[in-house]
Design a protein around this ligand. Structure first.
Ligand SMILES: Cc1cc2nc3c(=O)[nH]c(=O)nc-3n(C[C@H](O)[C@H](O)[C@H](O)COP(=O)(O)OP(=O)(O)OC[C@H]3O[C@@H](n4cnc5c(N)ncnc54)[C@H](O)[C@@H]3O)c2cc1C
Length: 277
């Protein structure tokens, strides 16, 4: 019988220090058959396990069509993430997943997209953007808006440079504070919304990041008459089991791990702002 809590062994293939407290690791499952069968949708997450330390949920950053590697970008905030940050190439860890419901890439076909991310909130949206741009014929105009606290927190320069070369793609970057060489904007992500040429009835909004930022975006997009069911966001809560059993991440009747982490406003409005267990 399959045990849903039994992780598979994965090996660190590459690692990259992004900033003092942010790193990326590239993983591959050591069993080639399991790796060849591993598939995920943009917006899903894995549970990464360090024996004797614990297990944490982490979004998958890689391109869903790359079946050879699994990328994660992680901020060191506590015991497990700090110890994940100490792993070197060749080290092994446990991985189970992918879990959760990702971005509504099928429901959003035929609409313009506004993708808003704040801080490391960009992580769950990287694989979304890679996917959308590869399947661009299925979508209209794509507006990508990324906000960071400080310009030094902006880590995906190469990716953003690449994305802005696509036709019908606009990229807006902003920081709360920037150093003298920051060439982009200063201020909140909402500052660009007046410049977005969108038809609310055929627009899908997808966002992830701090909840204060997401609340401001939801409020603004609702005022612009974007339908509630087309305003989507990725929620972070205390995910422990990842299979909708322990209830730690529960918001009303919804489990962030199983019914999310991506929800639309229509689904989650009554629980918006609840902290969870
Ligand atoms: C679906 C999902 C996807 C995620 N994706 C990523 C990702 O791609 N990259 C990444 O760096 N992190 C991600 N996280 C957050 C990550 O799981 C936590 O940072 C991690 O569990 C912290 O574990 P720890 O043992 O290092 O810290 P702990 O010792 O457990 O906590 C240290 C501090 O961080 C706070 N904290 C713990 N978990 C969270 C959380 N979920 N949100 C906010 N604060 C928290 C605690 O309150 C405490 O103050 C994701 C979380 C979820 C639910």
């Amino acid at each position: 019988m399959n045990n849903p809590f039994m992780p598979h062994e994965a090996e660190v293939i590459a690692r990259h220090e992004e900033t003092a407290d942010l790193f990326s690791i590239q993983l591959r499952l050591t069993d080639p058959v399991i790796q060849s069968q591993y598939r995920f949708a943009p917006g899903q997450f894995n549970m990464l396990y360090l024996p004797g330390m614990g297990e944490v949920p982490v979004s998958i950053v890689s391109d869903p069509d790359d079946i050879h590697i699994i990328d994660h970008t992680i901020r060191k905030v506590g015991s497990v993430t700090n110890n994940l940050g100490r792993l070197q190439v060749g080290d092994r860890l446990g991985l189970r997943g992918p879990y959760g419901r990702g971005w509504p890439v099928v429901e959003a076909e035929g609409t313009d997209l506004v993708i808003v991310t704040g801080g490391l909130g960009c992580a769950p949206s990287v694989s979304l953007i890679d996917y959308v741009l590869r399947c661009q014929a299925r979508y209209g105009h794509v507006h990508i808006i990324q906000g960071v606290k400080h310009s030094n927190d902006f880590i995906w320069h190469a990716r953003y440079d690449l994305w802005r070369q696509y036709p019908n793609v606009e990229v807006w970057l902003t920081a709360d504070a920037g150093d003298a060489l920051w060439p982009w904007h200063i201020g909140p992500v909402t500052q660009f919304f007046d410049q977005l040429d969108i038809d609310p009835q055929r627009t899908s909004v997808m966002m992830c990041g701090p909840e204060g930022m997401m609340k401001a975006v939801v409020q603004d997009m609702r005022q612009r008459a974007v339908p509630d069911k087309r305003i989507w966001f990725s929620m972070e809560r205390n995910v422990q089991c990842a299979v909708g059993s322990c209830g730690r991440c529960q918001l009303g009747a919804k489990f962030v791990c199983k019914d999310g982490p991506v929800f639309n406003y229509d689904e989650l409005a009554p629980y918006w702002g609840h902290k969870g267990a």
